[in-house]
Design a protein around this ligand. Structure first.
Ligand code: ADP
Ligand code: MG
Length: 659
C-alpha cells in the first residue's frame, strides 16, 4: 500500500519518510521505535525535590512570555496540581503560550522545588491520557516524533504486513498475529507489551534469516560437483616446495579442502582467519589439486592492487608445479587481454587471477573447476553467482579476514563449511599498540620521524569527520598540512579520499607500494589485505569512531615482515574498548570482546551489509532467539513444510538465484 493513502501523509512527509528508507506502508509499520519514554504520572505531594517527575495539572492563570536576551525566553504560568498551586517556568517555549489557556489540563515534565512551590518544566504534554508509554523513533529534520505517532496510528488500522512466522511456531510460542504484534510495538500499554511484541518480531526476523541460510545449506549439500581422483601424496609434494612450515590450523584447512575436492559433493567452504594468518597459501593448495585433476581455477580479489599482489606471490610458487598462471585486469591493453582470453578459452591457462573483470561477458573458460574469492564479503551475491555460472559446477572457496566468534560464524555462515585459522605463523612480532590523546601527539610524531629515518613508511587514517565528500577532503588536507609542518615539508605525503576517481586511488596506492610516497593519509578504509611490508606505523585518528574489528584490520596493514611495528590510536575520549587492542593482537579474542561490548559490532559488512541489517533483532542480545530460529527453520525445511507455505515459496524464489 502506498504511503499517500495514509491520512496525514502529504508529499512533504512522504519525502521525509523516504529519506528514512520508508517507501510504503509495510516499511512504515516495520519502522520500530528505538526506545520508549515511560510516562509515569506522580502525585505532587509525594515527589522528591530535584528528581525528574511528571505530574498532571490544570492551568489556572494564562501564560506570560518574558524575553531574557536574544534567542532566550521564559514562559511562566500558574497551575494547580491536586491542591497545590504551582508557579511553572519553561524556557524557550514561547510558542506554547497560545495552548496554555485557563482550565487546560496538562502534564508537566521536569523538576519540582517544594518550598518555593516552583516547577521548572523541560516539557509540557497536552494529550497523553491514552498513551502512557511514548514510542521514540529515529527522526529526520522536519519530521517530529508526534508526526510519526499519528501516522503510525493511522497505518495500524490497515492489514498490509506479511506475517512470516509459520502457524506451527506461532502456536509453539503463543505468538499473536502480526497485526497485534505491530500494534503492541508501536502503541504499548505496558512494558510487558513491549517485551512480548519485540520477542515475536525478533523471532520472525531471525527465522526468515536462518531459513534462507538453512535453505542454501540444503541446496549446497545436495549439489554434486567434481569428484577428483588425486592421491593424498599431493599434500606432501606441495608442502616440500614451500619455504616455511605451515601452522597446524593451516594443515587442518588443507585436509578439509582435500576431502572436499575428492568427494562427490561440491565444495562450499569459507576459510576464516586473521590478517596474516596465511590463508592464501592454503587456497593455493586447492588450486594445485584442481590443476592435478585437469581443471582451471579462478582467483578473484576485490581490487586490482590485491589481484596483482596475489599474482606476484602465487605465480612463483605454482610455477614450480608447472602451472600456468595469468593476471587479467580491467586496465590491461586490448591486445594483451585478448591473448589471455584466448588462452583461457583454449585451456592453456591453469589459474587466472583478477578482479570483477573476471565476471565480464567476454571471459570464457575451457573447464573451470574452482573459484576462490578473497575477502568474500566485498562481492555482491549475484556477482559471485555470475562467475560460478562460468563452470559447470565449480567448487567454491571463500577467504575472509574478518574474524568473528565461532558461535556466530556457525549461524551467519551456516550455509558454508568452515575452516578457522587461529594460529599465527611462527616468529611474528606483536604490533605494539598505544592509545594516545591528541595532546600527546608529539610522542607519536617523534616515533614517526624515527621510523621515517630508518626508511620505513607510515599509514595515517582519519575517519570521515563530516558526512560529505567536501568535509572528507577538508579533514585530510588539514592533516596533511599539520604533518608537513611537523616534518618541515621534507616527506612525501599521499592523500586518499572520497573525491578521487578509482584510477587515481590505484595510482596513489601504487606509489605507496613503490615507496615513492612515505606517508599515506587516508579517509576511506585501506584495502583489507594490502601488503606494503615496509610500513611500520599506522596512526588512526578519532579511533573511537571505529569498531574494534575494523581497528584490528587496519592495524594489520603493518607488522607484515620481521620489523617491529606500531599502532597509535588517537582518541580524546576515554574509551575503554580501545584498551582491548593494547592488550591483544588476536582477532578472534578482539571480536569476542567487541561482541560483548557493542552487540553485533562490526558484523555489518561481514556478509553483505543488507543481509545482516536487522530491524529489531541483534545477534548478541538475541542469541537465544537466534538458536531457536535456527532449529525451527531447519525443521521447517527438513520436514518439507515450507513447500506448502506461500510466503516461503516467495522467499525461496528470491534466494535460489544464488545457486
Ligand atoms: P592472509 O591470511 O592475511 O591472506 P597471507 O596469506 O597473505 O595472509 O600470508 C601473509 C604472509 O605470511 C605471506 O607473506 C605468506 O607467504 C606468509 N606465510 C603464510 N603462512 C606462513 C607460515 N606458516 N609461516 C611463515 N610465513 C607464512
Ligand atoms: Mg589475504
Amino acid at each position: 500500500m502506498e504511503l499517500k493513502n495514509i491520512k496525514g501523509i502529504g508529499i512533504q512527509i512522504e519525502h521525509k519518510l523516504n529519506s528514512l528508507n520508508i517507501y510504503n506502508v509495510e516499511d512504515l509499520l516495520n519502522f520500530y521505535p528505538y526506545k520508549y519514554n515511560f510516562i509515569n504520572l506522580q502525585n505532587i505531594e509525594n515527589v522528591e525535590d530535584d528528581s525528574n517527575v511528571m505530574i498532571k495539572a490544570i492551568v489556572v492563570e494564562s501564560a506570560k512570555v518574558q524575553y531574557i536576551k536574544r534567542n532566550f525566553n521564559r514562559l511562566v504560568f500558574k497551575a494547580l496540581a491536586n491542591e497545590t498551586l504551582l508557579s511553572v517556568t519553561i524556557f524557550n517555549r514561547a510558542f506554547l503560550k497560545a495552548n496554555l489557556t485557563i482550565g487546560k489540563p496538562v502534564v508537566l515534565v521536569g523538576k519540582y522545588h517544594s518550598l518555593k512551590k516552583q516547577f521548572v518544566a523541560s516539557d509540557i504534554k497536552f494529550n497523553i491520557d491514552n498513551n502512557r508509554i511514548e514510542p521514540v523513533y529515529h527522526l529526520v529534520e522536519g519530521l517530529t516524533n508526534n508526526n510519526l505517532i499519528k501516522i503510525m496510528a493511522e497505518a495500524l488500522t490497515y492489514d498490509c504486513v506479511r506475517d512470516t512466522i509459520p502457524q506451527i511456531y506461532k502456536e509453539k510460542y503463543h505468538f499473536d498475529d502480526k497485526k497485534m504484534a505491530l500494534k503492541l510495538i508501536h502503541q504499548p500499554q505496558s512494558e510487558a507489551d513491549i517485551r512480548k511484541a519485540s520477542a515475536q518480531l525478533k523471532y520472525e526476523e531471525l527465522f526468515v534469516f536462518m531459513f534462507k541460510i538453512n535453505y542454501l545449506r540444503k541446496i549446497n549439500n545436495k549439489a554434486l560437483g567434481i569428484m577428483r581422483k588425486v592421491k593424498p601424496k599431493c599434500k606432501n609434494d606441495f608442502l616440500t616446495k614451500l619455504p616455511f612450515c605451515l601452522t597446524s590450523d593451516q594443515l587442518t584447512a588443507m585436509d578439509n579442502i582435500y576431502e572436499d575436492l575428492t568427494k562427490e559433493n561440491r565444495m562450499n567452504r569459507l576459510i576464516l582467519g586473521d590478517v596474516g594468518s596465511g590463508k592464501t597459501i592454503v587456497s593455493t593448495f586447492a588450486m594445485y589439486i584442481n590443476f592435478l585433476s585437469g581443471y582451471q581455477s579462478a582467483l578473484m580479489a576485490p581490487t586490482e592492487i590485491l589481484a596483482e599482489q596475489h599474482y606476484k606471490s602465487i605465480k612463483p610458487l605454482l610455477e614450480k608445479f608447472e602451472m600456468n598462471v595469468s593476471l587479467l585486469t580491467g586496465s590491461m591493453k586490448k591486445r594483451e587481454k585478448k591473448l589471455i582470453l584466448d588462452s583461457l578459452k583454449s585451456g592453456k591457462i591453469d589459474l587466472i587471477i583478477g578482479t570483477h573483470a573476471l565476471l565480464s561477458e567476454g571471459v570464457e573458460f575451457k573447464n573451470l573447476g574452482l573459484v576462490v574469492t578473497d575477502e568474500q564479503h566485498r562481492f555482491g551475491v549475484d556477482q559471485r553467482n555470475k562467475l560460478r555460472d562460468k563452470g559447470n559446477v565449480p567448487d567454491v572457496l571463500y577467504l575472509s579476514a574478518t574474524p568473528i566468534p565461532r558461535t556466530y560464524a556457525l549461524t551467519i555462515y551456516g550455509d558454508l563449511d568452515l575452516s578457522i585459522i587461529k594460529t599465527k605463523p611462527k616468529g611474528r612480532r606483536e604490533i605494539i599498540t598505544e592509545v594516545k590523546k591528541e595532546t600527546e601527539i608529539k610522542d607519536v610524531l617523534y616515533k614517526m620521524l624515527e621510523e621515517l629515518k630508518l626508511g620505513h613508511q607510515i599509514y595515517v587514517v582519519s575517519p570521515l569527520i563530516e558526512n560529505n565528500e567536501e568535509g572528507d577532503l577538508k579533514s585530510v588536507v588539514a592533516l596533511q598540512e599539520k604533518l608537513n609542518l611537523a616534518f618541515n615539508n621534507k616527506v612525501t605525503i599521499g592523500l586518499l579520499h572520497g573525491k578521487l576517481k578509482a584510477n587515481e586511488k590505484e595510482q596513489i596506492m601504487q606509489d605507496f607500494k613503490n615507496n615513492k610516497i612515505k606517508i599515506l593519509i587516508s579517509t576511506t578504509v585501506i584495502e583489507v589485505g594490502i601488503d606494503v611490508p615496509n610500513s611500520t606505523i599506522i596512526v588512526i585518528y578519532n579511533a573511537e569512531r571505529f569498531g574494534l574489528a575494523t581497528l584490528h584490520q587496519l592495524r594489520g596493514r603493518v607488522g607484515r615482515n620481521d620489523l617491529q611495528s606500531y599502532c597509535y590510536l588517537i582518541s580524546n575520549k576515554d574509551v575503554k574498548r580501545l584498551k582491548v587492542l593494547e592488550e591483544s593482537n588476536d582477532g578472534f579474542y578482539i571480536s569476542e570482546k567487541d561482541f560483548e561490548m557493542r552487540g553485533q559490532g562490526d558484523l555489518f559488512g561481514v556478509r553483505q551489509s543488507g543481509e545482516l541489517n536487522f530491524k529489531i533483532a541483534n545477534l548478541k542480545d538475541d542469541y537465544d532467539i537466534l538458536l531457536k530460529a535456527k532449529d525451527d527453520s531447519k525443521e521447517y525445511i527438513d520436514e518439507n513444510k515450507y513447500l506448502e507455505d506461500k510466503n516461503y515459496q516467495e522467499i525461496v524464489s528470491s534466494i535460489t538465484f544464488i545457486n
